[in-house]
Design a binder for this molecule. Structure first.
Ligand code: CMC
Length: 447
């Protein structure tokens, strides 16, 4: 905690004929924000270059690179130092201790790691709610073959709530109702993800098995067929738990901000989460893990080379997928953990690893290249995660779906925080209009 003296509790802004004081907001770890909530009010009617500005001035920050949209108690990132913590716990420690994804999801959603009894109760809720309404099968049947799994996931998450109307009206302040909704969403998203895959490959849907834990159950629904059960190895289960844990939350990224923005209109949890899935699908966000593997495969097929890719990135013809991050100006801590795990995993599973070798070559060249050094571009979480998922047997078009399953934990927690923030207003940014000044219709002109 940083203690600020009396003199440093506000910022002074001189604008036109006015000097105003703007208070500072200081976070637990000493992050400082200038509170501009009263900016328009304080600058209403200010004279700038002799012109009065009615309504006051606003801030301008497209892409929100310098804007805090909320105060949050969930996740802390220090991008300069490469630190990521969920509810105060370092991600590296959570990974090292080998927590299962559901423990970490409970930490993120409810604020504490679960006791054995809490874990057992929540697991029961997940199991009781793992089935989709049988009518939802018609939904899957009506989809074209090879449909985009992220589009299916987004639509199906929203549709699934229609079969439980009470889910569309939960009170985020009611612990019991919220816990049930959180369990239903976490459980159903896993079933929907697996069903959409089965549908895409033309195999019969596999129902969940109540004997299995979260990750094993998912792998069962993905890979077993009626005449051949699937047994996931401990190595694969561990790897998938780690993947889900590392992707479970990441503060106010594009999809999470989307969830909070949609939720700020008092939209329900399922509709808000569905919007988050759509935002995550983009190649600059969660879709980057697919772009990375496609790129590495092109190199392995000798359609391009690592040097050519670096050249294209430097000449700004492409953004190298899996590199760079809005917050991390050091190695993304998630990427470091995944890279170590991939190395071990490939050995344990006895997998041929040409893509891992190419990825490491690419990383080595990038990290010693002047352009990447100057712009502080390091591998992000998506750089090695696709290789990890591939080794577990997850098909490429399901990579971003896996990201969404994990991030559901964060979206649930962030949606609730948004809903329970005292005095939270609907999110509604302003703009600076740069279009035509007022024009008059030519009444003589024919239509
Ligand atoms: N390759 C080449 N140049 C890059 C890259 C890259 N991957 N990323 C950023 N730059 C350059 C960019 O051109 C810009 O240069 P300049 O200052 O000359 O204009 C500078 O670095 C700053 O980049 P930016 O685009 O302004 O940074 P941003 O914070 O707006 O974007 C990013 C962050 C992740 C969208 C971007 O780095 C990117 O597109 N990376 C590739 C896609 C990717 O891997 N996305 C996954 C992100 S991690 C998972 C997640 O959170 O979704």
């Amino acid at each position: 905690m940083v203690n600020f003296t009396q003199e440093t509790t506000s910022a002074t802004l001189t604008i036109g004929d006015r000097v105003i004081e703007l208070p500072l907001v200081v976070g637990t770890e000493g992050e400082v924000a200038i509170d501009i909530r009263q900016l328009r009010q304080q600058t209403d009617g200010v004279a700038i270059n002799g012109n009065l500005v009615p309504g006051g001035v606003i801030s301008f920050d497209p892409g929100y690179k310098n804007t805090g949209s909320c105060q949050s108690e969930i996740t802390y990132i220090n991008g300069e130092e490469g630190i990521l913590r969920y509810r105060g716990y370092n991600i590296a420690d959570l990974a090292k201790k080998g927590y299962r994804f559901i423990d970490v999801a409970m930490l993120i959603i409810f604020g504490e790691l679960p006791t054995a009894a809490e874990r057992a109760n929540f697991r029961d809720l997940l199991t009781h709610n793992e089935l989709l309404d049988e009518d939802m099968r018609k939904f899957f049947d009506s989809l074209p073959p090879h449909g985009d799994p992220m589009a299916i996931l987004s639509a199906a998450v929203q549709c699934s709530s229609l079969y439980n109307p009470e889910l569309r009206a939960i009170d985020p302040a009611d612990p019991e109702g919220f816990t049930l909704a959180a369990a239903k969403l976490l459980s159903k998203v896993r079933t929907i993800a697996a069903f959409s895959y089965k549908k895409a490959i033309g195999q019969p849907i596999r129902y969940p098995n109540p004997e299995l834990d979260y990750v094993r159950n998912f792998l069962h629904m993905m890979f077993s067929i009626p005449n051949k059960p699937y047994h996931a190895s401990e190595t694969e289960v561990d790897a998938l738990n780690l993947f889900l844990t590392l992707h479970a939350d990441h503060e106010q990224n594009c999809s999470t901000s989307t969830v909070r923005m949609v939720g700020s209109s008092k939209a329900n949890l399922f509709d808000s989460a569905s919007s988050g899935i759509s935002a995550l699908a983009g190649p600059l966000h969660g879709g980057a893990n697919i772009a990375v593997v496609n790129m590495l495969e092109k190199v392995s097929r000798e359609e391009t080379t690592v040097n050519e890719l670096i050249g294209l990135a430097k000449s700004k013809k492409i953004k190298l997928p899996g590199f760079g991050h809005r917050l991390y100006k050091k190695y993304d801590p998630r990427a470091r953990i995944i890279k170590q795990k991939v190395d071990k995993l490939l050995g344990e599973l006895n997998h041929d690893a040409p893509l891992f070798t190419i990825a490491q070559q690419l990383e080595e060249i990038a990290l010693t290249d002047d352009y990447f050094i100057a712009k502080r571009l390091y591998p992000n979480v998506d750089f090695y995660s696709g290789i990890m998922l591939r080794a577990i047997g997850i098909p490429v078009n399901m990579f971003t779906v896996m990201f969404a399953m994990a991030r559901m934990a964060g979206w649930i927690a962030q949606w609730r925080e948004e809903m329970l923030t005292p005095g939270a207003a609907i999110q509604r940014p302003r703009q600076v209009y740069t279009g035509a000044p007022e024009r008059t219709i030519d009444w003589e002109m024919g239509i």
